[in-house]
Design a protein around this ligand. Structure first.
Ligand code: ZN
Ligand code: ZN
Length: 270
């Protein structure tokens, strides 16, 4: 019963030897070193499979909360509804004493929530986000309703232009709330690392969230895995129970910077 959400392939993988599976490697170009930094997916994949089992078995992500106090927003059913599935990630890392820690993340928000106990938080400053976004978002929606009521004409075009400016400025402000650290104790704004227009949701994938947490807590990453859980996405590119490497469009330009320095982190410093 616990495995009911696992695809047949995943069940096969669990029954066979998981270590035989090649989990994707995470890598990216780093402009400051002029080289590619990469991180293995091998061991984290096993933890990923364990997390899949757990999701199937307990059916919710607020696993730190007692069953009786479970928050309905955090039910796994959410991933099988109209919102569809999302990515989950695990990062195996090591502290200065050589102890292994397994961090977990969900991509973006879970059912509108940024922070859930037991999962790493977002890169963005949540208080800053809440102070800016709801108000401007309300204005944008209000403009949208006014635009709908108008037929073609000068006034309508003006409102459309106004809405475009508001959205563009809001995106800029949101991007300003993201700070990317790496393993050389360097930290930069998202816009400084990302060349060109920044796609919505950049920095919200599991990889960046996990690396951010590790870098800020002096944990050395050993391996990383990301998998998709829930109803397949609209384009069909993400399937329930499948592992994926970091995405090209959002993570591609930042993952190299974020991985910078992992090769040089001291292991087993006591
Ligand atoms: Zn990504
Ligand atoms: Zn580098």
């Amino acid at each position: 019963m616990g495995l009911k959400f696992l695809s047949e392939t995943m069940q096969g993988m669990i029954e066979q030897n998981i270590s035989l599976v090649n989990f994707p490697v995470f890598s990216g170009y780093c402009a400051s070193c002029d080289k590619v930094h990469s991180l293995s997916g091998a061991n984290a994949g096993r933890y990923g499979v364990a997390l899949m089992r757990e999701l199937s078995e307990i059916g919710r992500i607020d696993y730190k909360t007692d069953f009786h106090d479970a928050d309905p927003r955090f039910s796994i059913q959410y991933l099988f509804g109209p919102a569809r599935g999302q990515m989950f990630g695990v990062l195996e890392c090591e502290d200065d004493y050589g102890s292994v820690h397994v961090l977990r993340a969900f991509s973006g928000q879970y059912n509108g929530v940024w922070e859930v106990d037991g999962w790493v938080g977002p890169l963005l400053d949540v208080a800053g986000f809440n102070a800016i976004v709801p108000e401007v978002d309300g204005e944008i929606k209000k403009l949208g309703r006014q635009i709908e009521q108008l037929v073609q004409g000068e006034q309508r075009n003006q409102l459309i232009a106004q809405r475009r400016t508001l959205s563009r400025n809001l995106m800029k402000e949101i991007h300003g709330l993201y700070r990317l650290p790496n393993f050389r104790y360097d930290e930069r704004l998202l816009g400084e690392v990302f060349g060109g227009p920044i796609p919505t949701g950049t920095g919200d994938c599991c990889g960046p969230k996990l690396l951010n947490h590790a870098a800020r807590n002096n944990l050395k990453p050993l391996s990383l895995a990301e998998f998709y859980w829930g109803k397949e996405n609209r384009s069909g590119s993400k399937q329930h129970g499948s592992f994926y490497s970091s995405c090209k469009e959002k993570c591609g330009p930042i993952i190299g910077f974020m991985l910078c320095g992992i090769e040089d982190m001291e292991k087993n410093v006591r």
